[in-house]
Design a binder for this molecule. Structure first.
Ligand code: SF4
Length: 257
């Protein structure tokens, strides 16, 4: 019996990623897009029409990562004009920084100056978060859960999810915030002791995503409470989340690029 278990352990090997900052995701991963310059007007018009969430705007041509589903249709339609890089470092403290403009090929600006000093002082070594799925489809929730698995092992930095908002330092919101979840989300927020942080994970939480125009949403929570971190993706990749949180609580812990 013991030998069998030893065999299994040896077979599995060491699965934890030793250095999360050094990870380069495969080329197939759709991360930060790059938009070429001088795109003909008719192509730009077609791209704006094509995008299912209105993430693409023109004059100048831009993609809003807070609305983008990373479906890849725009790059498929105009491969000479748009490509997706494998850069997963997309999280930022500034909503406007999620807009990628034509001709730009640079990392998403984290805007570290927006981070409140008390966030780093209090949560730099340990951060407990309560996750609230506000009408989510379980995709972001699964990826967030994966951040604590044996591969990513986010717990090594003292960052974990907890069951009760009363034991948490902040909320991670997923889903477009449906009317049915508006009150539970507010209750969870109020149950978190001050000072607290709010993280929006995934396109649905950031903008409503595909459901942005639905009458079934009630997103007034975001008018009442400031957001500390935006984590784009559909769903957000665990490394995008990990990189964003690490930069939020320990600005020198992760690289700027
Ligand atoms: S990848 Fe994003 S910007 Fe492009 S069509 Fe899909 S949702 Fe729109």
């Amino acid at each position: 019996m013991f030998v069998n278990k030893l065999d299994i352990l040896l077979h599995h090997g060491y699965q934890t990623i030793p250095d999360l900052d050094a990870v380069v995701l495969p080329e197939i991963f759709r991360g930060r897009p790059v938009i070429g310059e001088g795109i003909p007007a008719h192509t730009a018009e077609a791209l704006v029409t094509l995008c299912p969430t209105g993430a693409i705007a023109k004059n100048p041509l831009s993609i809003d990562l807070g609305k983008c589903l990373f479906c890849g249709e725009c790059a498929h339609r105009a491969p000479d004009s748009i490509r997706f890089t494998n850069d997963h470092r997309l999280a930022t403290t500034c909503r406007e920084a999620l807009i990628v403009v034509e001709g730009e090929d640079k990392p998403i600006d984290f805007h570290a100056e927006n981070v409140r000093p008390q966030v780093q002082k209090l949560f730099g070594n340990a951060l407990k978060l309560r996750q609230v799925s506000a009408g989510g489809d379980n995709s972001c929730e699964m990826e967030l859960n994966a951040s604590g698995n044996v591969n990513f092992d986010f717990g090594r930095y003292g960052v974990e999810f907890v069951a009760s908002p009363r034991h948490a330092d902040g909320l991670v919101v997923t889903g477009p915030i449906t009317e049915n979840m508006a009150i539970p989300l507010e209750l969870a927020y109020n149950a978190v002791p001050d000072p607290k942080i709010v993280v929006l994970a995934g396109v649905d939480a950031i903008s409503g995503g595909l459901f942005a125009d639905s009458p079934a949403l009630d997103r007034r929570f975001l008018e009442r409470h400031p957001v500390d971190l935006y984590v784009p993706g559909n769903p957000a990749h665990p490394l995008t989340y990990i990189d964003g949180i690490r930069r939020l609580i320990r600005p020198t812990a992760a690289p700027e690029s």
